[in-house]
Ligand binder design. Structure first.
Ligand code: NCD
Ligand code: ZN
Ligand code: ZN
Length: 366
């Protein structure tokens, strides 16, 4: 048995409000605990998206009643909410800007709007950006011009990590995260002979549709080669049901909370990573980058040698599938303790809905 800090996932999609058939704060935070995460930062591309005080309150009310692990909620950057979002910054996980193709209505193309948010959002609060390739390069320019930190979500390409390396060398305040699925490619799913007619319409991936798209072996290798430049691991847990994924227009996204740590621990076993690599990118760095408080008396216990096989039927996420179905892994979470109370043990989530705390409101409560 090994004891690690409760892991932090800075990038999850809880789907509530508006997408509860895919996931809600209850099932999503149960999945987080089962995966060894005690603190998750929730993205704003819900229905409605979280862009103002009313939608923020709506989401926090749902989270407050249902969350089983600790959390904070992002605000989404919209076309006309720079001032209102900035006014709520102290209570938000951060500001999320969607600057490239993705799921949901929050995409911003007009760079004058990007500038409004960079001007208004407090400099000591995180801005997280979904930007790829050239929109990522443009984001780095803005980080330099406005001299403020930005965190680049789910980088996947060689050109992205090489640019980020250069930007860091020049002193730009840029950090980045990578997802397990851009490090550990999932197998073809479903098998090629079972692919449905929808394949190709949404970008070529069927069930494996995801943004950023699954990367090539060369891009993947570049991420591994430049791991020292990658600040965080983030699941980008983006649940969609199997029916949706197998439909004519598969929405992009994979569930990831329950497979991330086993995949990372398998890489430790294979000698590609160390446990310290995981702790740095799933605890130490996220805490620093997102200014997250310590969770007292909180830890996870893992059996690093347990060999098992990933099956969707054993998971807590509501979406009902995993891109890693049937994958053998080594290393599993055996127990999670959150603020002194057992929250998960041997396949059972024991934390009750509503016991998770909003880490941005903790000061107000005491
Ligand atoms: C995410 C989703 O479904 O919300 N999908 C994805 O493919 N990653 C959106 C996102 O993170 O861009
Ligand atoms: Zn994204
Ligand atoms: Zn995402």
């Amino acid at each position: 048995m090994l004891k690690l800090p409760g892991l932090i996932d800075p990038h999850v999609h809880m789907r509530e409000p508006g997408g509860e058939h895919k996931e809600d704060w209850d099932s999503g935070t149960a999945a987080a605990l089962a995966g060894g995460f005690t603190l998750v930062l929730a993205m704003p591309n819900t229905k409605p998206p979280v862009t103002d005080a009313a939608t923020f309150e709506l989401t926090l009310a749902a989270a407050g009643g249902k969350a089983r692990c600790d959390y904070a909620q992002y605000l989404g950057a919209g076309a006309d909410n720079a001032a209102e979002a900035a006014a709520l910054a102290g209570r938000a996980a951060g500001l999320k800007m969607y600057l490239d193709q993705t799921y949901g209505p929050l995409r911003l193309d007009d760079m004058t709007l990007w500038m409004q948010h960079f001007e208004r959002w407090p400099a000591d609060r995180p801005i997280v950006v979904h930007a790829e390739s050239r929109s990522m390069a443009a984001t780095l320019l803005l980080a330099g011009l406005f001299d403020r930190p930005v965190h680049i979500a789910h980088i996947s390409l060689r050109e992205e990590i090489l640019l980020i390396r250069k930007a860091k060398e020049r002193g730009l305040k840029v950090t980045c995260e990578v997802t397990p699925h851009h490090l550990f490619p999932p197998p073809p799913n479903p098998p090629p002979n079972l692919r449905n007619l929808g394949e190709g319409q949404g970008g070529g991936g069927g069930r494996l549709e995801v943004r950023p798209r699954l990367n090539t072996p060369a891009d993947r290798q570049a991420l591994w080669d430049n791991l020292d430049c990658i600040d965080c691991f983030a699941t980008d847990h983006a649940p969609h049901t199997l029916a949706e994924k197998d439909g004519p227009n598969p929405p992009p996204g994979f569930p990831g909370l329950e497979t991330a740590l086993p995949l990372l621990l398998s890489a430790v076993h294979a000698g590609r990573l160390t446990l310290d690599d995981i702790i740095l990118r799933s605890y130490t760095n996220p805490r620093r980058i997102f200014h997250l408080p310590e969770q007292p008396d909180t830890w996870i216990e893992i059996d690093p040698d347990a060999e098992w096989t990933i099956h969707a039927v054993d998971t807590f996420t509501r979406c009902g599938w995993t891109p890693y179905e049937g994958q053998p892994v080594r290393g599993r979470v055996t127990r999670v303790v959150l603020r002194g109370k057992e929250a998960y043990q041997e396949g059972k989530v024991t934390a009750e809905p509503g016991t998770g705390k909003n880490v941005r409101m903790m000061n107000e409560e005491c």
